[in-house]
Design a protein around this ligand. Structure first.
Ligand SMILES: N[C@@H](CCC(=O)N[C@@H](CS)C(=O)NCC(=O)O)C(=O)O
Length: 416
């Protein structure tokens, strides 16, 4: 009699059991007409698994939940031994199952869930998940340099669970430029997913060419209405206000002007500078840089250097580039009042992220600090243009001068 697995078919946690079942010759069938969000909320399902998550295995002796436990149970019922032939092999099978669940799967989920829109997207969390994954893949790569399988000379449950966990990574999150640093992991993954017992369950696997985009609705500050002229309030850290004040706040008010629009007029027309920057195709130093200093109005504008506070964490090139790209997108609200250059520096990790910003007024505008959470990830230093060295640094940053401070540029992005 077949055991019943309550789950949707295309889920890596389900693959663990179905692939193990193929290897050991146990019959497992998916519950017919299972509907996520409906079937797992019924009283019958909650009796099988009180937390209401899938997968759950229904057996004549009772239900089992947690995908690794289900896969272990099914593997033990069958003919072939998927646990290794000695106590130490069995310990190693358990070791790699835990490793791939806690060091690989958990970090993949930290990347995936925010990008699916089920959790807030926080750049530092993504960065730390990538670093942890890199560390795990390095360890796995070292082991696989001398081993075809994780334990012994044939497929064990450790391979089935590890490959199922990595499947989410390869198919949704880990592009070739990430995985190519781990050639033994790549060889192992592609060998296993192409074994007949894997192929039968998961079909043909294709590596993703890009991470899922960050849904704009989840970007912490962008979900607010975009009113370019209105200085916005910082809601997160304010103490609770008395009710009267709240009621007052709800009454429609005439829109306040951005305080930057109330500054004395400046002889520098930001759009003119942006046009000059964009239209200069040759002799950049003589035309655009000279034009910049001719136009620059130190009373109406200020220049700022920024330096990413966590440079050591810029270990993955495309994550670093994504981070800078996201910052520039989030600066959209300052387009009328700012120009910026962001450099990603270095030809090897850790990359340095440094920038130059031109802001209307003598301070970094408050609405930018309040609205763009990236601002606090950088150290900001006002440029002293009476210092020739600082002035030259400004020119070099605008110009994408290479080598910049002795290093090659990985990329230079402009905000205009
Ligand atoms: N540790 C569990 C994780 C199970 C899990 O997170 N299942 C998700 C689908 S992949 C689920 O059922 N989510 C529904 C919910 O959270 O209500 C396992 O490995 O089985």
């Amino acid at each position: 009699m077949a055991l019943i697995l309550h789950a949707t078919q295309t889920n890596k946690n389900v693959y663990k059991t179905l692939i193990a079942a193929e290897y050991v010759g146990v019959k497992v069938e998916l519950a017919p007409d299972f509907q996520m969000g409906v079937s797992n909320k019924t009283p019958h399902f909650l009796k099988l698994n009180p937390i209401g998550k899938i997968p759950v295995l229904e057996t004549p002796e009772g239900a089992v939940f947690e995908s690794n436990a289900i896969a272990r149970h099914v593997a033990r019922l069958g003919e072939n031994n998927l646990f290794g032939s000695s106590p130490i092999d069995q310990a190693h099978v358990d070791q790699w199952i835990d490793f791939s669940s806690l060091e690989i799967d958990a970090n993949l989920l930290k990347l995936y869930i925010p990008r699916l829109g089920h959790a807030p997207f926080i750049p530092l969390v993504e960065e730390s998940a990538f670093s942890s994954l890199k560390r795990a893949f390095e360890a796995l790569n070292t082991h696989l340099a001398h081993n075809t399988y994780l334990v012994g000379d044939s497929v064990t449950l450790a391979d089935i669970i590890t490959t199922s966990n990595m499947l989410l990574g390869f198919s949704k999150l880990l592009v070739k430029s990430f995985t190519s640093e781990f050639p033994h992991v790549e060889r192992y993954f592609w060998t296993l997913v192409n074994q007949p017992n894997f192929r039968k369950i998961i079909g043909q696997v294709k590596q993703t060419e890009a991470l899922p985009p960050i849904p704009s609705a989840q970007k912490p500050k962008e979900s607010k209405p975009k009113t370019k002229d209105e200085p916005k309030k910082v809601v997160k850290s304010e103490p609770a206000k008395p009710k009267v004040e709240e009621a007052e706040e709800e009454a429609p008010k005439p829109k306040a002007k951005n305080p930057l629009d109330l500054l004395p007029p400046s002889k520098m027309i930001l759009d003119e500078w942006k046009r000059l920057y964009s239209n200069t195709k040759s002799n950049f130093r003589e035309v655009a840089i000279k034009g910049f200093w001719d136009m620059y109005d130190p009373e109406g504008y200020s220049l700022w250097f920024c330096d990413y506070k966590y440079q050591d964490e810029n270990t993955v090139s495309f994550v670093t580039l994504n981070k800078v790209g996201g910052f520039l997108q989030r600066m959209d609200l300052a387009r009328k009042y700012a120009f910026g250059k962001m450099l990603v520096i270095g030809s090897a990790a850790p990359f340095k992220v440094k920038g130059l910003w031109l802001f209307r007024g003598q301070e970094i505008p408050k609405f930018v600090i309040d609205e763009c959470y990236d601002m606090e990830l950088y150290e900001w230093t006002k440029v002293d243009i009476s210092d020739e060295a600082q002035k030259e640094r400004v020119s070099q940053m605008i110009e994408d001068f290479e080598p910049f401070e002795g290093e090659a540029l990985l990329d230079a992005k402009c905000f205009k």
